[in-house]
Write a protein that binds this ligand. Structure first.
Ligand code: BTN
Length: 331
C-alpha cells in the first residue's frame, strides 16, 4: 500500500479502466489490460467495493462502475486537482486524532522541505484542534485537512497565508454554489450568521526563521443537522444544509486548493496588498460594530480596518483606537 493511500496501484489502474469504460467490461479484458490473473482482478474489484465504489458484477458481462465512492480518497481529489505543488502528495486517514498532529509528526522526522505542499486528510478526527485551544468537532462528512507549507516570507507576514486560505474557502463556496460566503475576522467563513469553516495556522520557527507551518482547514461539508455542535457563541451550519443536498467533497477540496495555491504564490511574491484588498472585499467584520474578547478583557467598538500584519483596528466608543492581533470578534 502506498503511504497514506488506501488504494493500491493495481486497484487504481482497474478503477481508471472502469472510469473510462461506458458499460460493462469483462474480467478477461481487464486481466489482459493489466497483466494480472482474473482472480486478482476479482480481488482488486472487491477492494474497490470496500472503498465505497459501487461496482456491478455479472457473470455474463463482467464489471461496471455504477457510482463513485463518497469517501474523500486521494484518487478522487486528483481527478479535479489543477495545482502545481499543493496536494501532489495526499495522505489519507479514515480516522485520526488530528491531521495537524500527524503533520507535525511527519515534519519532525524529516526536513519539512520534503513535504512542502503535502496535504493530510481525515474522514473523521477524534481530537480535532481549533483556535484558542478549543476542541474542533470533526465527524465524518466534513473536510478536515492540513496543508504543510514552508513559506519564504517574513514571519510577521504569516497572517497572509491564513487570509489566502479563508479567501480560497469563501471563493470556492461562492463559485461552486453561488452562495454569498463571507469572512469573519480573523479567518472564519460564514454563510449568513452561521460559521461553516474555520482555519488554524500552527508554526514551527526559531527566531525569525520559519521551519514550516501547518495550515489546518475545517469545513462542515456534508454534516447531518443532528451532528452539528453549535455553541451559544457560535451558531454553525454546513454546506449540505445550505445547498439542500450533499456536495462533491473531492471536487470542492480540489477547487479550493487551486484557489489557495494561486493566492499563496502571490503572498510569496510579496503581493500583500492584493490579498488584503480581496480579504477586505469579503469581510463580514469591517465597518461593523463588534465585541472583542481576549483572554484578559472584553470591549466593544467599530471595526474600522485591517493593518498590514492582519491585526483588526477597532475604534472604541471613547474614540481610542486599538489594534487586536488575536481573540474573538462577535458582530
Ligand atoms: C477554528 O477554531 O475555527 C479553526 C479550526 C481548524 C480545524 C482544522 S480541521 C483540520 C485540522 N486538524 C485539526 O485538528 N484542526 C484543523
Amino acid at each position: 500500500m502506498r503511504k497514506g493511500n488506501p488504494m493500491n496501484e493495481t486497484s487504481e489502474k482497474i478503477l481508471e479502466i472502469l472510469e473510462r469504460q461506458s458499460g460493462p467490461i469483462s474480467g478477461e479484458k481487464i486481466s489482459e489490460m493489466t497483466g494480472i490473473t482474473r482472480s486478482a482482478v476479482w480481488k482488486n474489484i472487491n477492494e474497490l467495493k470496500e472503498l465505497g465504489y459501487s461496482i456491478e458484477s455479472t457473470k455474463s458481462k463482467g464489471y461496471e462502475l455504477k457510482e463513485s465512492t463518497p469517501k474523500l480518497l486521494p484518487h478522487e481529489i486528483k481527478k479535479y486537482l489543477k495545482t502545481d505543488f499543493i496536494g501532489k502528495d495526499i495522505r489519507y486517514f479514515k480516522n485520526t486524532p488530528s491531521t495537524t498532529w500527524v503533520a507535525k509528526d511527519l515534519c519532525s522526522k524529516k526536513d519539512a522541505e520534503n513535504f512542502n505542499g503535502t496535504i493530510l486528510i481525515a474522514e473523521e478526527q477524534t481530537g480535532g484542534v481549533g483556535r484558542l485551544g478549543r476542541a474542533w468537532f470533526s465527524p465524518s462528512g466534513g473536510i478536515w485537512t492540513t496543508i504543510i507549507l514552508k513559506p519564504t516570507i517574513p514571519i510577521d507576514k504569516l497572517f497572509f497565508v491564513t487570509m489566502s486560505a479563508s479567501i480560497a474557502v469563501a471563493r470556492t463556496i461562492r463559485r461552486m454554489y453561488d452562495i454569498g460566503a463571507l469572512i469573519k475576522w480573523p479567518n472564519d467563513i460564514y454563510i449568513g450568521d452561521k460559521k461553516v469553516s474555520g482555519i488554524l495556522l500552527e508554526l514551527a520557527a526559531e527566531a525569525d526563521q520559519i521551519h514550516y507551518c501547518l495550515l489546518g482547514i475545517g469545513i462542515d461539508a456534508n454534516i447531518k443537522p443532528e451532528d452539528l455542535q453549535c455553541s451559544l457563541q457560535t451558531p454553525i451550519t454546513s454546506l449540505n444544509i445550505e445547498i439542500g443536498h450533499d456536495i462533491d467533497r473531492a471536487k470542492f477540496l480540489a477547487t479550493m486548493l487551486g484557489e489557495f495555491e494561486r493566492r499563496y504564490k502571490l503572498v510569496e511574491e510579496g503581493e500583500y496588498k492584493a490579498i488584503s484588498r480581496e480579504w477586505k472585499s469579503l469581510s463580514l467584520t469591517l465597518e461593523k460594530r463588534v465585541r472583542i474578547t481576549t483572554p484578559r478583557r472584553t470591549f466593544e467598538g467599530e471595526a474600522i480596518d485591517l493593518d498590514e500584519y492582519g491585526a483588526l483596528i477597532i475604534k472604541k466608543d471613547n474614540g481610542k483606537v486599538e489594534r487586536i492581533l488575536s481573540g474573538d470578534c462577535t458582530p
